[in-house]
Design a protein around this ligand. Sequence first.
Ligand SMILES: N[C@@H](CCC(=O)N[C@@H](CS)C(=O)NCC(=O)O)C(=O)O
Length: 195
Amino acid sequence: MKLYYAPGACSLAGHISLHEAAIDVELVKVDLKTKQTEDGEDYKLLNPKGYVPALVLDGGQILTENVAVLAWISQHGRLAEPVGELGSYRLLEMLAFISTELHKAFKPFFSPEASDEEKSRAGNAIAGRLTYLAQRWQGDYLFGPEFSVADAYLFVMLLWAEKNGLAAPGPLRDFGERMKQRPAVQLALRHEGLA
Ligand SMILES: N[C@@H](CCC(=O)N[C@@H](CS)C(=O)NCC(=O)O)C(=O)O
């Protein structure tokens, strides 16, 4: 199995989750500007979308989109999912929230053309969504006592918030520190040169 990633990008969520699940993976770094892999291959030939993550499964199939990649790792790695009748849908609900309401809201912070006003609007939207999560926080992780793939995705969003000077509410700051203590997180951060 291969994970195409860029250091510190959203692909870090899949990277952490693969380590949490103890799934062996070969990591292939992608230069998001040139769309070249570290082996000098044209990444767009593998993934015409041109963005990370892409997970190449052992049978050769390619899975893209964080929501799908993380749901696959969760199921195949037998990671914890919320309990109850709607458990796996609750996980999808959270992954979709993080992907569409948080991850996408960071766009102006990655765009050299974005104005300060756009960044400030995006910062307010991100703060509101982090507050929504913090107000419902009950335990160590998003779904209580156990790590789920949604935690890995949220953790990456918190790293981005910190990098861009956006303050996270207290329960999420504590969560971020808790995540940094996890061996799988430390391993992934080291691999990506972020430790
Ligand atoms: N819809 C995609 C978006 C992934 C995405 O935004 N990837 C970023 C890194 S975090 C990227 O590769 N950007 C480079 C580009 O779009 O050219 C997903 O959720 O997987």
